[in-house]
Design a protein around this ligand. Sequence first.
Ligand code: FAD
Ligand code: FES
Length: 285
Amino acid sequence: MMQTPASTTAEADADLYLPRPATVRSRTVLTATEMLFELAMDDGKPLGHMPGQFVEVSLPGIGEAPISVSSSPDGRDRFELVVRRAGRVTAAMHDCRMGERVGIRGPFGTHFPVDGVLRGRDVVFIAGGLGLAPLRSAIQYVLNHRKDYGRVTVLYGIKSPVERMFLDELDDWSRRPDMTFMETVDRADATWKGNVGVITRLIPAAEIDPKRSIVVACGPPIMYKFVIVSLYSIDVANEDIYVSLERRMKCGIGKCGHCQIGGLYACLEGPVFHYPVLLGVEEAI
Ligand SMILES: Cc1cc2nc3c(=O)[nH]c(=O)nc-3n(C[C@H](O)[C@H](O)[C@H](O)COP(=O)(O)OP(=O)(O)OC[C@H]3O[C@@H](n4cnc5c(N)ncnc54)[C@H](O)[C@@H]3O)c2cc1C
Ligand code: FES
């Protein structure tokens, strides 16, 4: 059997550990707590991600945080990240201006199977809150390759109207004749004229064909419990469900164990999981 030369393995390992410089090309306020960053790698190469993967973003002297890539790969040399201000690293990122540098490791993890089992099937995206950030990458990819898929449905649920992100894109999706877009808020305000209630209320109304559809969901853990029950009620099979799970991550490359769910490493075997893999795994969902 051919052995991998030690130097090659060491170089590959160094690639995983060493942040590569990237420059902030633009920043856009999305909500009171979320900022959209467009970045480009300083070596001029595309990031090389697939929808659903994440990167480790580092700021020297402050720290590192895993953030999902929010834009579609499709031949672009720039990529986008949605960053919610949560603590030290994410607050420091919000302070990054155009032209400033950050470190990027990755892309890491598994991806939504946009280039695999989703092809030819109806695709139902279910996004809860910040879950729209990684799903947007897959939605953009599917819309860019529209003829490769059957019916496309996007269901989006958030707590209140002020948390809606990507308003122009939501507007575009709601007008497109080749897809269905439905959204709901848990609590309306005076401006809101749309659906009110939790995201599961959209599922029966979306006219999903359980035999033709694959469901791809991303949202807070509590959302999955109810979404899965609701999908069962319309006869969607476990085999036709993919979910993205976030766990505390440090290294992002299977070394530290921080991200373990049962015996699974969320950074390597996830964050995107085929739902049957999670059945019986304690605390997965
Ligand atoms: C695979 C993956 C993808 C992610 N994608 C995104 C993304 O696209 N956009 C985004 O804004 N965030 C994303 N996150 C969450 C993000 O990594 C955390 O918010 C960030 O690491 C917090 O770091 P901090 O130093 O700013 O906060 P800290 O000072 O470390 O913590 C501040 C607060 O955030 C909470 N927190 C820390 N880590 C997490 C976590 N992993 N999940 C939930 N709460 C956490 C802490 O409990 C604490 O309350 C993702 C996480 C994972 C694992
Ligand atoms: S984040 Fe370190 S093992 Fe997964």
